[in-house]
Design a protein around this ligand. Structure first.
Ligand code: ADP
Ligand code: MG
Length: 696
């Protein structure tokens, strides 16, 4: 790509194109919707639709699609062409109505029992705050998705509502503090995306990767990540070509791809964009994940977004950097030079601290998934216990507020390199704490417990909603105070004192933290079924209903969908394992064992003095493991059948999968991997961890 500034956003109907192609009045009306959240007129939509279509057709498009995020995860699309009969031919047309509303048959999307299949109607509605873009000669229009009766069926709607709600509550509070020029507040997000890149030829030979996205068998390679030589290591040329291609594709789509580097595990990498509004960041992250997979195909590679594709090396996560800023350009989580005198900052910090403490269960729930269960608490990702890291500086501020002592800001120290040719520079106020699930990093919070494949809208709408709730409580408490500032100081002190337990600056990976967290009364939900159970606790339902984000029936639907989805995933994994065990591993090991037995017999018939030590020892060891392997296979099969016939609700079924099926899968794998280590590589039916992880 020769001219990045020129090509950036070339596939997006962005602000520049709108200005060029829309009449001034239409442009202004649309801006009012995008910036100030004002409702949009059909007459405006008609003009916009026509301009969009003209641009898309010039770019070679024949189709448009409403692009949405159903509750299955991933994105969905249904393509319509622009053709309209005209005389005995066609013309290309696109109306405002078609732009605003789509009507995909919703019957096959999960609704968690909100509606029966015969009530199939669902609507997609244009989201003008996220720009339309072109992929594969199709115009993509970001949309929200709801049912005929108005229930929310997607992940975007609650996110948009939560952004709106947070804005309303933050503006109220800011105005009370005298900031009358602020009219709108937005949440911003920068998601760092981890992924694995492996050779397509290896992938094609692994049914586990094909069906489940992770390896279900696989003995450790002699080398893993212990030398820490992959992290930030020099990027191999094949990977570098891929990354270059990926950046260019993303830039054309207006995604601000910024950072790329090798991650901890072999074959693992990361891409981080520059942050944008939560809504656009979410759409762009979904797009990034799709483009990552597509571009990999062109390079004979496969991009794995599963949270734990390989046992024994790190899995992949996503860091959700989150902040709040005003339409006057102020970052509300920026402490400034003197946070001790900045009551506005203190209030917003207190709101986040209170929110994270009171809704720690929701934050845990929102990152729960079958894949992420492998990571959380496994010394590669934060534990399943949610706590906050504020760093030395803010930590000291909070202590001083609680104790009523003086706070002395640590002036920024200079870093002296001790080498004349190297420039000295100012150090950051605090070091990083990589082990914390929710860390303050200068002027934003970094929520680090997300899994790599997760749609970030859920964690963000929960975060926005819980903070909006706290801000509204603060407003209620302060609105009639004769001296708002004095009352605010009192409030901040009270909140920090009551919620101090959620702040933890130590090592979150340390085993002692688990006991300490239990003493503090923090929750520790180890798996999706454990966590999900609390999603529909009354306090959580109250939070979302009160703030108008989702209703109780919608939450109950989401709860059922998540549990059902979890059980289905585990079932697919178990069936894949059974398939691999019965159709390939067992028969291959049997023939290897037979070969050994024959060799022993032949050698003995030639001469009684020939040593058969090696063959006999291996024969014994493998025969023994094979017997146990076959028995474990039967046990797993039995567990899957039992799960099928279980008489219970979705929670009971999910728990059975976790407690019984999942455990038996682990036992079967252990034996399978032990056999792999003793069987000839030529006979083993699947590429080894070494070949896959070091094969690119
Ligand atoms: P790390 O050191 O954790 O890898 P990086 O600096 O690479 O962090 O990435 C941090 C991410 O945080 C980037 O995506 C960046 O754009 C984002 N970020 C920075 N400021 C904000 C903000 N105010 N709101 C949201 N995200 C932000
Ligand atoms: Mg990070």
């Amino acid at each position: 790509m020769k001219n990045v500034p020129q090509e950036f956003g070339s596939m997006v109907f962005n602000d520049k194109k709108m200005q060029e192609r829309l009449p001034k009045t239409t442009y202004k009306a649309l801006q009012k919707t995008i910036r100030d959240g004002e409702p949009l007129d059909l007459s405006v939509a008609n003009v916009v639709a026509n301009a969009m279509k003209d641009w898309a057709v010039e770019m070679g498009c024949t189709h448009y699609t409403h692009w949405f995020q159903p509750m299955t995860g991933g994105t969905a699309e249904k393509h319509d062409s622009f053709i309209q009969p005209h005389g005995d031919g066609v013309i290309m047309e696109f109306s405002g109505k078609e732009l605003i509303k789509g009507e995909p048959d919703a019957s096959s999307f999960p609704s968690g029992g909100i509606r029966a299949t015969f009530e199939a109607r669902g609507y997609t509605t244009w989201d003008p705050t996220s720009p339309a873009f072109i992929r594969d000669t199709t115009l993509y229009i970001p949309t929200a998705f709801c049912s005929y009766t108005g229930e929310v069926l997607d992940k975007k709607t609650p996110l948009l509502r939560s952004m709106e709600k947070l804005s309303t509550e933050a503006v109220k509070l800011l105005q009370l503090l005298g900031k009358s020029d602020v009219h709108r507040v937005t949440t911003t997000v920068g998601p760092e995306q981890e992924y694995f890149l492996i050779d397509k030829k290896m992938y094609d030979r692994r049914p586990d990767l094909i069906y489940t996205g992770r390896t279900l068998f696989g003995a450790a390679a002699p080398k893993g990540q212990e030398l820490a030589d992959h992290y930030f290591g020099s990027i191999k040329s094949r990977v570098s070509e891929y990354m270059k291609d990926l950046d260019e594709e993303l830039w054309k789509l207006g995604v601000l791809a910024k950072t790329k580097h090798n991650e901890v595990a072999p074959s693992q990498h990361e891409l981080a964009p520059i942050f944008s509004t939560s809504n656009i960041a979410t759409d762009h992250n979904e797009l990034t994940m799709e483009v990552m997979k597509k571009v990999a195909e062109r390079h004979g590679l496969v991009c794995l977004l599963h949270e734990k594709p390989f046992a024994g090396v790190n899995g992949s996560g996503k860091h959700n950097n989150w902040s709040i800023s005003t339409d006057t350009g102020e970052n509300l989580l920026d402490p400034g030079k003197h946070p001790e005198n900045n009551i506005q900052f203190q209030l917003f910090l207190a709101a986040v601290v209170k929110a994270v403490d009171e809704y720690q269960d929701l934050l845990r729930i929102t990152v729960a998934s079958a894949g992420n269960d492998h990571r959380l608490g496994a010394n590669e990702a934060p534990p399943a216990i949610i706590s906050m890291y504020l760093g030395d500086d803010l930590g000291a501020l909070v202590d001083s507020i609680i104790d009523g002592t003086e706070y002395t800001s640590r002036a920024k120290a200079r870093m002296e390199t001790g080498v004349d040719v190297l420039p000295d520079f100012k150090k950051d106020n605090s070091d990083r704490n990589r082990t914390s699930p929710f860390a303050f990093t200068g002027n934003k919070f970094e929520f680090r417990a997300l899994g790599s494949s997760l749609n970030i809208s859920c964690p963000n709408y929960m975060l926005n909603t819980m903070v909006a709730e706290e801000l509204s409580q603060f407003y209620e408490e302060l609105k009639n105070a004769p001296d708002v500032e004095a009352a605010a100081k009192e409030l901040v002190k009270k909140v920090f004192t009551e919620h101090r337990r959620i702040i933890f600056n130590g090592d979150n990976y340390a085993p002692e933290w688990i006991d300490e967290a239990a003493r503090r009364g923090l929750c520790n939900y180890k798996s999706l079924p454990d966590a999900m159970e609390h999603y529909i606790d009354k306090k959580n339902i109250d939070l979302f209903e009160k703030n108008g984000i989702v209703t109780e029936p919608e939450m109950r639907a989401r709860y059922e969908i998540e549990l059902e989805h979890y059980s289905k995933l585990l079932r697919i994994e178990a069936l894949t394992m059974l398939d691999m065990a019965k159709k390939s591993i067992t028969p291959q090991v049997i023939s290897f064992v037979n070969e050994l037995a024959e060799t022993v017999a032949v050698k003995k018939s030639v001469s009684a003095s020939l040593s058969v030590f090696a063959e006999e020892q291996l024969l014994e060891s493998l025969s023994d493991k094979l017997e146990r392997f076959v028995k474990k296979t039967a046990e797993l099969e039995e567990a899957v059948n039992n799960a099928e016939n279980l008489d219970g609700d979705n929670l009971a079924v999910a728990k059975f999968y976790r407690e019984t099926v999942f455990e038996r899968m682990a036992e079967l794998r252990e034996l399978g991997d032990a056999m792999e280590s003793e069987t000839s590589a030529e006979i083993w039916p699947y590429p080894s961890y070494g070949e896959i992880l070091f094969g690119v």
